[in-house]
Design a protein around this ligand. Structure first.
Ligand code: NAP
Length: 250
């Protein structure tokens, strides 16, 4: 019987795992992408694109595709997908591993204010107009329309709709990694008062935190959403071992 592993992707971790599995024709894996990115790079392993249709749709997919294990390598803020995966795997008694990156932690010199959720970040900006560097992802921008008295330097991978953004905006379309020098120059040139970001973790986008530290710019850090308990790894080798254990045909 086929022993197929589903990888929920959309992240650097999922891409690294896909690359590591590209030559492993002895293992049957499928990578799932939500389909949010306009021009995603073609994955080197079999893949599918688009939502499953909630928990029930995911259960149908896992059953019809004989999935024997799920690696949830979605972004730490993709909480709905992670909850659906937890629910579906629990119900079908399928093993699940979260493959992610550790959260960022403040170090000496950082001025972080941790908040839970985007609305709390908007509130934390306060009443005094500020120049805000906003790197929260396209889908979270609209919340900042509640605070139009600030100026926003928005950086996004995909072009946001005008209706999704606050009005006083300079938009930069760019994908990390960025260097500390680039981030420092940008924040200096734009006279940034405060950085608002999500605690995504990882090395791709942490240069802005180092630049903020050096420039003594405060950071409003949106912390990760709480998720159902799970086995978690930060290590590609552990993710590969999971695929070997649960995905190898007898
Ligand atoms: P989300 O809020 O947790 O999920 C919303 C819905 O999108 C899910 O219920 C599911 O639809 C579908 N979905 C999400 N990830 C999927 C996947 N890998 N394969 C198939 N369907 C998926 O997720 P999100 O925050 O919108 O993120 C979407 C994707 O972008 C994820 O793959 C995530 O890894 C990536 N990403 C997210 C962020 C972020 O800040 N949130 C940042 C970078 C990358 P159904 O209910 O129909 O199954």
């Amino acid at each position: 019987m086929r022993k197929r592993i589903l990888i929920l992707g959309g992240t650097t971790e999922a891409n690294a795992l896909a690359r590591a599995l590209a030559e492993r024709i002895d293992l049957d894996v499928v990578l799932s992408l939500a389909g949010r990115t306009e021009t995603p790079a073609r994955p080197p392993i079999p893949h599918r694109i688009g939502g499953f249709g909630g928990v029930d749709g995911l259960i149908d997919y896992l059953t019809s595709q004989s999935i024997r294990g799920v690696i949830d390598a979605t972004h730490p803020f993709a909480a709905q997908m992670t909850r659906h995966a937890a629910d579906a795997c629990d119900r079908l008694d399928i093993p699940r591993l979260i493959f992610t990156r550790p959260a960022w932690n403040p170090v000496e010199g950082d001025q972080w204010q941790s908040v839970n959720g985007v609305d709390a970040a908007v509130k934390a900006l306060g009443e005094v107009p500020k120049r805000v560097f906003l790197t929260v992802g396209r889908l979270s921008l609209s919340a900042f329309r509640q605070a139009e008295h600030h100026f926003y330097l928005v950086r996004s991978i995909d072009q946001p709709d005008e209706s999704e953004m606050p009005r006083a905006v300079t938009l930069i379309l760019a994908r990390g990694p960025f260097t500390i020098d680039e981030e420092t120059r940008l924040m200096r040139e734009e006279r940034i008062d405060v950085l608002v970001t999500k605690n995504s973790g990882g090395a791709q986008t942490d240069a802005k935190l180092q630049a903020a530290r050096a420039l003594q710019i405060p950071v409003i850090m949106i912390e990760r959403p709480p998720l159902p308990e799970a086995q978690v790894t930060y290590d590609l080798q552990n993710a590969l071992a999971f695929v070997e254990t649960h995905g190898r045909a007898p």
